[in-house]
Ligand binder design. Structure first.
Ligand SMILES: [Cu+2]
Length: 761
């Protein structure tokens, strides 16, 4: 988009292999518009080819874009054309993958690394140009941390993990599939060898090429505890392709990646955000192949305060302009967070041991290397995919980045592999729903309580989940007479009825002040929500029996990335009930966990100052909107595209000021995030500290928020309904430097809906 290239930027760092990745074409772009790369560069290149006046040069990218916007009309660079994925014929037979904790690197081993992790100058990355802002021993004795450590502060040295970004393969299902068209009719299919299979032929899916943390999707899970820092050495090895896999036409074309632990309380050099990366550290859109970075997660809450502790993070790629394609290509990992701090004399508050503290479901096994596993505490990662039908034309503005693909054209050789489109007008949604990387899996559960940690790792899809039973079971949407967008999810359970309620204990900000009982809940991109499910009885009190089947069911219809077509909050379609995960109840198992009563305090909220309303007039205001910067730069904030090297400016507030998005360290403020409308929804994420939503559309929601019940807790992502305005109370504690805020609809983020902000000493 608008990334500016550093003069003398060492693109050659990657070596000769970049030619294969399309770097040559990017050079051409750079010669056309020396001040711009990516989408903006492409727009400028296109403008030149069209004979539109070239207005390149630093500072005039916006002008160039508006000049080209008319010429780059939809017809030229952009068609909204998606394949229909083949029908999975035997759903709910593959087991749900349940992640095990990644094992750390022994100290004897990492101490012997040529560049062992450390807190010294230049020790933070392979470029040797950054230092960890706070090494664990230097954590200040503030807040509860001061009390906890007897006024000493500090934490032990980090537990060290090693994660490589690798080119690898992934299978979404072992089921046979039937290739179908958008009407649900059987169609011909293809293979990589050039063979065509006639309509009606059942097929086995080929493996999809992924970029994965340690080569798997979803990537490793690191189990963490407050007070025990974690350091991950992320090494980019995406230049290696030992299996000679076809990389297709998505994923960052220079194979760079930038890893963000969403939403850890983390220094900028470990935050992996584009405002940081373009101004410090890599001074590039991401870390390139052969480079490494040590990301240090102090596992220390904002202000040292227990009330700021969180409970479930995930890490994912944040490479500027290609976050969506890198995440969709597999760069997703899990990072549950536990709290061993004693709760009175009841033992560790939330340490994965149901005999202690809050007694949330979990049976913990400590491993000798410092890691631990927790049974009955299961992350569920939701990801919707679309698979190539071999006949859909690949064509969008990023084609220039992938010259080997020779787009626009069809790719029968990619039949059955994951399909991605960078710039769809209405965003990207898949028609196959996967959980932990597997389409329509089954989980055999014991008759007891479980804790489930939900994460939406999709590009744009929002889900609304219910627990349902059915006597007749799932039917294909095709057999029920549906076609087109109504084929999303492939299966429906027409006779399904809600049979259990959810007990919500946490959202993206960590444990709620108290548990909520819910019939259904929405899960927006990047959101986490945690629930306890009691598999011993139904909501009417009837006991379950062995062999009973319960479906985790999505009831939100969302045919494209714009917003839902129907959901419980807005004109529910009672016929849209898509089973996503099948639970089969097994034998009764011991259970020492306790279902928290609605009155029981889980995690008390941080203080909201009584005079917060006095800060309203001088709040910072950011309006996200669909704009007209031209080409694919259609997502703006305060009328501007993302400028990675600068901090954004607020709209003029009631006090008459337009403050810079710059805050003093350890200050607090109100930020308004406003949805400029147009019938879109935006999951808006602010890095660094979770916030409290204090107002929606001018109404105080600190006590209750209809439509968004867990607004009463802390959040790192605010769900913006169409034309909605939200006001957030935010802290800026402990670290200084550059951060970002952005829409987490990754198609929007990659097309400029992001802004830089920073914390000043
Ligand atoms: Cu958005």
């Amino acid at each position: 988009m608008t990334a500016k290239v550093q003069p003398g930027e060492p693109d050659e760092a990657v070596g000769a292999s970049v030619e294969e990745a399309g770097w040559a074409s990017r050079r051409t772009v750079l010669t056309v518009g020396a001040a711009a790369v990516g989408g903006a560069g492409v727009a400028l290149l296109a403008a030149k080819q069209l004979g539109v006046p070239f207005l390149g040069g630093k500072g005039s990218v916006d002008a160039a874009l508006s000049a080209t916007s008319v010429a780059l009309g939809d017809g030229l660079f952009y068609i909204e054309n998606f394949p229909t994925s083949p029908l999975i014929l035997s759903p709910f037979t593959d087991p749900l993958p349940v992640p095990k904790a990644l094992r750390p690197v022994p100290k004897t081993e990492y101490s012997a690394w040529t560049n062992a992790p450390g807190g010294g100058v230049g020790e933070q990355n392979s470029l040797r140009n950054q230092q960890h802002q706070i090494w664990p021993s230097a954590i200040p004795a503030i807040g509860d941390w001061g009390k906890e450590t007897g006024g000493r502060g500090g934490s032990p040295d980090p537990i060290v993990y090693k994660i490589d970004h690798l080119v690898s393969t992934h299978s979404f299902t072992t089921s046979q599939v039937l290739p179908i068209d958008e009407g649900g009719n059987p169609v011909a299919s293809f293979d990589a060898a050039g063979k065509t299979y006639p309509a009606g032929t059942k097929r086995t899916l080929p493996l999809s090429t992924i970029y994965g943390f340690n080569g798997v999707f979803p990537g490793p899970m690191i189990n963490n505890e407050y007070g025990h820092p974690t350091l991950v050495r992320f090494t980019n090895r995406l230049d290696e392709n030992p299996q000679n896999l076809d990389r297709q036409d998505f994923g960052a074309p220079d194979w760079s990646a930038l890893i963000h632990l969403h939403n850890a309380h983390t220094a900028p050099e470990s935050d992996g955000n584009p405002h940081y990366s373009m101004t410090q550290g890599p001074k590039h859109q991401g870390f390139r192949p052969k480079q490494w970075v040590d990301q240090l997660y102090l596992n220390w809450p904002a202000g040292g305060l227990d009330c700021e502790k969180q409970s479930f993070f995930w890490f994912h790629d944040h490479r500027m302009d290609h976050t969506g394609s890198n995440v969709y290509k597999g760069l997703v990992g899990l990072f549950p967070m536990y709290d061993p701090k004693p709760l009175g004399n009841l033992g560790g508050m939330d340490m994965g041991d149901e005999r202690q503290g809050l007694r949330l479901p979990g049976v913990r096994t400590n491993n000798a290397d410092g890691s631990f596993d927790v049974k009955y505490d299961i992350p569920l990662v939701f990801f919707d995919a679309r698979l190539d039908d071999g006949t859909t034309v690949h064509k969008d503005m990023h084609d220039v980045d992938f010259p080997l693909a020779k787009n626009p054209r069809t790719h029968p050789e990619w039949w059955g592999k994951s399909f991605y489109k960078h710039f769809p007008n209405h965003g990207f949604t898949g028609d196959i729903f996967t959980v932990n990387g597997t389409a329509y899996p089954v989980l055999n559960v014991a008759r007891r309580k479980y804790r489930f940690r939900f994460l939406d790792a999709s590009i744009a899809r929002i889900y609304e989940f219910k627990l349902m039973t059915s006597t007749k079971g799932p039917k294909t949407a095709v057999s029920l007479g549906y076609g087109g967008d109504e084929l999303e999810g492939q299966y429906r359970i027409p006779d399904a009825q809600q049979c259990m309620k959810w007990t919500q204990i946490a959202n993206d900000g960590g444990l709620l002040p108290h548990a909520l009982t819910r019939d259904s809940f929405e899960l927006w991109p990047a959101k986490r929500r945690e629930f306890i499910v009691d598999f011993t009885k139904y909501e009417d009190g009837t006991p379950t029996t062995k062999g009973d089947v319960i479906y985790l069911t999505d009831v939100m219809k969302m045919g494209n990335g714009r917003m839902w077509n129907s959901s419980s909050r807005f004109s529910l379609d009672p016929n849209y009930k898509v089973p996503v995960l099948k639970f089969v109840i097994g034998d009764t198992a011991p259970d020492n966990s306790v279902m928290p009563a609605p009155t029981k305090t889980l995690r008390p909220l941080p203080n909201l100052p009584a005079n917060w309303r006095s800060m309203l007039d001088n709040r910072l205001i950011f309006e996200v909107q669909r704009g007209s910067a031209g080409g694919e730069l259609e997502w703006l904030i305060n009328g501007k595209v993302f400028e990675p090297e600068t901090v954004a400016t607020s709209m003029k507030n009631k006090a008459g000021n337009s403050p810079l998005a710059q805050q003093k360290k350890n200050s607090f403020n109100l930020w308004e995030i406003r949805n400029g409308g147009g019938g879109w929804v935006h999951p808006f994420h602010l890095h660094m500290e979770e916030h409290r939503t204090v107002m929606r559309n001018g109404k105080d929601v600190t006590q209750s928020s209809p439509g968004h019940p867990d607004d009463i807790g802390r959040e790192d992502l605010v769900a913006l309904d169409p034309s909605e305005s939200t006001i957030l109370y935010r802290g800026f504690r402990d670290f200084v430097g550059p951060y970002v805020a952005h829409c987490h609809n990754l198609a929007h983020e990659d097309h400029a809906m992001m802004f830089g902000w920073s914390i000043m000493p």
